[in-house]
Design a protein around this ligand. Structure first.
Ligand code: SME
Length: 175
């Protein structure tokens, strides 16, 4: 039987060339990630460890993720939470992609970050991005932010999976 602490199938190799799989493969990889996330969050009932688990598993399985993590919504700025990838800006203004998603309480998909007015650059290699708000009692408590070095990496499959499968797992921890 697979042990909770054992290595898991599906992890991409440490160094790979980022690529965007076709829709079928995208869904398969997300299902694989979801299975692993469910296993790893069993018995973990607080938000930050769940965020850490989610960011690690997604970053390590999805081949076009270059940065994956969270920003907490504070009154005047957003503060970085658990993440995987190169070192990020610790505090960001509400003017960027994360702030836009938080202010509008809606997912933002950015095919080309260089064309998004106000985009905040934490990693100059990033070319596209998706930000999904985490909403509890009608308030945005944080956002999930994913960057890709590839242009046009995110579509409705990513949006749907993150909104419908990942955010609820995080919210379970706050109830
Ligand atoms: N690009 C984000 C900032 C966070 S980094 O991508 C990790 C934004 O514009 O809000």
């Amino acid at each position: 039987m697979k042990n909770k602490h054992s290595a898991h199938e599906g992890m991409k190799p440490e160094i790979i060339t980022p690529y965007i799989p076709d829709a079928t493969e995208k869904k398969r990889l997300y299902e694989l990630a979801l299975k692993e996330i469910h296993e790893r969050v069993k018995g973990v009932d607080s938000l930050v460890p769940r965020m850490a688990t989610v960011s690690s598993i997604l970053k390590n399985i999805i081949p076009y993720y270059s940065w994956c993590g969270f920003y907490f919504a504070e009154e005047n700025e957003m503060i970085v939470g658990p993440y995987q990838g190169t070192a990020a800006c610790a505090n960001i203004a509400y003017s960027g992609v994360c702030g836009t998603a938080a202010k509008n309480k809606k997912t933002v998909v950015v095919p080309n970050v260089h064309e998004f007015p106000g985009h905040i650059t934490c990693d100059t290699r990033s070319n596209s991005e998706i930000v999904v708000p985490i909403i509890e009692d009608n308030m945005v408590i944080a956002v999930l932010d994913v960057d890709s070095v590839l242009l046009n990496a995110f579509d409705d499959i990513d949006k749907k999976f993150l909104e419908e499968k990942i955010i609820p797992i995080l919210l379970e921890a706050t109830n």
